[in-house]
Design a protein around this ligand. Sequence first.
Ligand code: FUC
Length: 815
Amino acid sequence: MKKLLIICLLPIVTLAQQKPSLQLWYKQPSGNQWENALPIGNGYLGAMVYGNVSKEILQLNEHSVWSGSPNRNDNPDALAALPTIRKMIFEGNHKEAEKLANQAIITKKSHGQMFQPVGNLNLNFNDHEQYADYHRELDIEKAITKTSYTVNGVTYTREAFASLADRVIVMKISANKAGSLSFLANFSSPHKKKSIALNAQNELVLAGTTSDHDGIKGMINFKGIARIKLEGGSIAVKDSSLAIERANTATIYIAMATNFNNYHDISGNESKRAVGYLEKAYSKNFDALKKAHIAAYQQYFNRVKIDLGSTEAAKLPTDERLKNFRNTQDPHLVSLYYQYGRYLLISSSQPGGQPANLQGIWNNRINPPWDSKYTININAEMNYWPAEKTNLSELHQPFLEMVKDLSVTGQETAQKMYGARGWMAHHNTDIWRATGAIDGAFWGMWTAGGGWVSQHLWEHYLYTGDKKFLASAYPALKGAALFYVDFLVEHPKHKWLVVNPGNSPENAPAAHDGSSLDAGATMDNQIVYDVFSTTIQAAETLQKDAAFIDSLKQMRTRLAPMHIGKHNQLQEWIDDIDDPADNHRHISHLYGLFPSNQISAYRTPELFAASRNTLIHRGDVSTGWSMGWKVNWWAKMQDGNHAYKLIQNQLTPLGVNAGGGGTYNNLFDAHPPFQIDGNFGCTSGITEMLMQSSDGAIHLLPALPDVWPAGSIGGLKARGGFEIVEMKWEDTKLVKLVIKSTLGGNLRLRLPNRMKISKGMLKEANGENPNPFYYVSNGASPIISEKATIKNLDLKPTILVDLPTQVGKTYTLYK
Ligand code: FUC
């Protein structure tokens, strides 16, 4: 019997030892389907590589190619209408208030500008219609795509990457028989204002200007240049193409640039820039560029390693694995998807570039869905949830810079529209950092965009302990708080200070005639609470503004608390009007559970239980990003099996989830359409299943699903500058834990089982965690009867221990 078991287990074990590589790969080309193509990017440049055989396409993007030009979209009528709108809402005339807000608050100008493509580089291999041995892949350990196939006994290989070391996209095409490579290369572009030409240096040149949109003149000038280096063969101009004849290899260098300097300055020279990037890269050969690219990429990527086990299922092409995932055990697909989230962040968000937008940096449409801009009532924030915890802190920078920009542009909006100090933003922004209210009052009459994004500044500090950064971010945090100091009004019935007008993003209670507008919506209350609390903590850390923080503390006590309603749900609105049959994709009031930390199993068990009911009421299947958020929430619920169910729902081919999203063949998240937030949300959620650091301690394996009984992960970051260098579990028990302390201080661990450390330094933890990075602002008593909590909430028991740490030291624990 024993022997038999060993034999049965063999294939799995062997495969695990081989460790399937981190590749997306396919047996067929993309065809016409953009979502089949494979994304590459370096934060500045992006490309979708189709891997089509006779008609190859590289669809090209540059991070600053946006419609419009510097502009503002505030509605100056807002200030005069504000008292009337407030009165209407307080009196229950929500629909009337919405009507007035549509006239007086929603912009009469730009509803946001669009992220636009540059164009395509087309490669035509005329005699390659008949091919064999086709294979295409994206190796996310190297950030390189490869396509190979055979025609008439000759094997052709194409390798492409967007260099993280040099600002170019490079593709090398080779044939394994000398002189067999012939193709035509040309540019095309969907832009109206463009010129496509060949110059005297045999370069393909695509120049253009972005679209006018919503009354704003398009003034981004962009330029793309492609130059080809040959080994053997010849290059000549043929009509509007470059004709390569009988080469051994061809290396295509693509540079792209614009005149964009920042949101109020577009005086750059796109031609000079593009030529400069091209010249610099062209002086290097493909191998040198590739080596530098891989090194630059891996210094980010290699920081985190994950192993959730693997099975035979991992041997199949990625699209087949996706198709099978719901009905097979393929834990390695989760590891691949997890690392793909990190790959996508590294590729679409680099210091100095624009933050990842709704589609990261990949868009082929002149008029993309939702303009491919920044929706800040969830989507843009979600993009950056994995940044700190998956050890890509530097890549948070483009988003943090955007927050700092908004803290400037949003001052005029706060003052002109609401007569308030500080700054604010509504539910969207774009490259021009517009902060006005857009779309329609139902969606746009929301004032908490600035407040929410400002929290990322504080989070960055919590992970890094970088006081210099905190000092630079403090004015933005303080400004976000100042806005609410002036904007909050007393609720006539409840007497609490509330946001009015506000809403619970994009949802409306039936009781309000289909209007979303309200006063004191739960998410608004939670965001104001966080804005005040983090500003207070930042000011205390920096030892400044004592009088101001006193007044914030006073006001904080007057904010509306969270409520549990008649369906035992967490109330979405200040009145108990939730519908338990509502399955809306936004569950904004659970902001307090995640990404915020106001709802806790240990400190607020009743609210925690109510949140669980709310999650159950809202259901599982929804848009891609909504499912991504739910993975995080179920992880916070410490319910690994339910979190895993959401991963299954998300990793489902599009069309299978009735009425919901899923995943495309290239593992892009499907809202649908493609939206990258779901990828990032799920990567964050998988992390939260294995490690959380928000609730007074580092909680290890808080939500391990039954399907991952053994595994390991290394390189995660926790708040307070702790790095989980290694963590290994077997039989669902944590067996090894290596933690590096980069800032020192008390390390409080919440463990699933007892662990030992040499020299007996672990002691049972009690009371508040003395580590200031774990200060929990809303819980004077950090743990309300842990035993009772665990029993009432049906949670697994945990062990809470403290370990004093020193800066730079690493600590190893064993079971
Ligand atoms: C919010 C969501 C939508 C979509 C859009 C980009 O408005 O409600 O589902 O994700 O952003």
